[in-house]
Design a protein around this ligand. Structure first.
Ligand SMILES: NC(=O)c1ccc[n+]([C@@H]2O[C@H](COP(=O)([O-])OP(=O)(O)OC[C@H]3O[C@@H](n4cnc5c(N)ncnc54)[C@H](OP(=O)(O)O)[C@@H]3O)[C@@H](O)[C@H]2O)c1
Length: 239
């Protein structure tokens, strides 16, 4: 496939290596310095765009791709207030759009474990839930998209939780997400249930960016010839 990379930073570079190893061609590499080159991308010269840029640029990039009907896999976090609009454009233009807050297979299994644990904990109100995420110091958004997905999994399954809150003491109806930024950490997420007498804790630790990048390339291969809006549950056959 001819893959155009929108965003050629830490993730874009690992995606390039993996895509080449899997026999694909990188037909464009676009970052801030050459960002107007997006205007040259079309359905005719690009099989799929893989977008890992920044929270500020993702919306404009995705709007362009959807308006021109270019199948797009996006991993950028921190722009999700615009996601309904991008999904609408995707449908209107018969394009294909794949989004995941986290492309690692392990994290997506962790998401399922998190939902199951929340369902199990629902009757046991003596346990107080909290989550935390640690990322490298260059990460621009907080909380991480992965932490938000975990919080949403808890909110959908714990009846007394209706929303999440970041880096502040939580009210009864809020799931606290504590974010910290340290060194070069690729991504660590923990969900804890603490009672007066004991504690249950599940943690996912990414050892490198390889798992995210491989998942994004697999999603791009899977998206080929599809139309519509998709996510990891479609790719992995999860509910
Ligand atoms: N979903 C997942 O599995 C997953 C995993 C890891 C990271 N992420 C997310 O992916 C995004 C990128 O992460 P990263 O670690 O690669 O960040 P990064 O190293 O900062 O790279 C971002 C890249 O985007 C470029 N960029 C900025 N504005 C642009 C624009 N208008 N058009 C095209 N490119 C533009 C930057 O260019 P310059 O270098 O010239 O500024 C840089 O090359 C972040 O939102 C991060 O949270 C998602």
């Amino acid at each position: 496939m001819r893959i155009a990379l929108l965003g050629y930073g830490k993730m874009g570079k690992v995606i390039e290596q993996i895509a080449l190893q899997r026999g694909h061609e990188i037909s464009a590499k676009i970052d801030v310095s050459n960002r107007t080159e997006i205007l040259a991308l079309s359905r005719e010269n690009t099989d799929v765009v893989i977008e890992f840029s920044s929270p500020e640029s993702a919306y404009g990039n995705l709007k362009y791709c959807m308006e021109f009907g270019i199948p797009t896999v996006c991993g950028t976090t921190g722009w999700l207030q615009h996601k309904p609009e991008i999904e609408k454009l995707c449908v209107e233009n018969k394009a294909a759009f794949f989004y995941a807050s986290n492309y690692s297979i392990g994290v997506n299994l962790f998401f399922e474990l998190n939902k199951t644990l929340a369902r199990l904990m629902n009757p046991y109100k003596e346990f107080k839930v909290s989550t935390n995420e640690i990322h490298h110091t260059e990460k621009k958004d907080a909380p991480s998209g992965t932490a938000i997905t975990l919080a949403e999994g808890i909110i959908d399954n714990l009846t007394d939780k209706t929303t999440w809150i970041n880096n502040q003491i939580a009210a009864e109806n809020e799931v606290p997400i504590w974010s910290s930024r340290e060194g070069k950490v690729p991504g660590t997420h923990t969900v804890k249930y603490i009672s007066d007498v004991d504690q249950i804790e599940i943690t996912h630790i990414a050892h490198s960016r390889h798992g995210f990048a491989l998942g994004a390339v697999i999603a791009a291969e899977w998206l080929n010839d599809k139309q519509g809006v998709f996510g990891m549950n479609d790719l992995l056959g999860l509910k």
